[in-house]
Design a protein. Sequence first.
Length: 247
Amino acid sequence: MTAMSGREKLIVALDLPDAASAVNLAEKLRGHVGMFKVGSELYTAEGPVLAHYLIAVGEKVFLDLKFHDIPNTVKAAARQAAQLGASMFNVHASGGRRMLEAAVEGARSTRSSGRSTASPAVLAVTLLTSLESRDLTELGVTGIPEEAVVRLARLAQQAGLQGVVASPREIEAIRRACGPKFLIVTPGIRPAAAAANDQVRMATPEQAVRAGADFIVVGRPITGAPDPVAAADAIVAEMEMALAPKT
Ligand code: C5P
């Protein structure tokens, strides 16, 4: 992948309850961010309308529906994501190797109806960034969480996925294990001055990029800001500090 600017690396999570408010925000942010993430709240409320709209006007879409089902169903869903013209979509790595391979097959099996003819990047969710050690114990994930994350990232890479969604503090270990070409998309980002909300594993945009994130996902610090464009521009500026050649 060629070097990307701070703006191209910024994915904004359109975590809003309806299409009207999402379109309103997206229109303001166009030209200031690299991609729009449509997740389960908006998708459940409005279906693919928003993604269709964004792709039709030339924007990139990350379809964040975290598929986790039998391989045949995930393959069919992946085909639909590709058909829609999503640039990225994701699945849970814990669905297992055959499900992961099916996702990749589905993504490659059709050409999008959008402007981009490339297949979407398929990303794996390893462990949700909201999980704390007590949650992991209850789920039977023993040992060091970072080891589970790296194991799942490796599995995803072997199955042909292009990358993972990973928390800031997992970036370096995944980069070491999976190499420079494997995409790392990082939520759990808070600009230096912002409140932590409920994300347990946090980093600033600059820290995430320095650690090796290809993309960062930012929701509430932009969507909840009094001036979302100014908030997005400030985050891009923070990333540019990490990207600037050292003098
Ligand atoms: O508002 P905030 O910046 O915390 O939003 C983070 C976004 O990243 C949310 O849309 C959340 O669903 C998403 N996320 C994710 N994968 C994770 C953790 C968070 O896609 N492992």
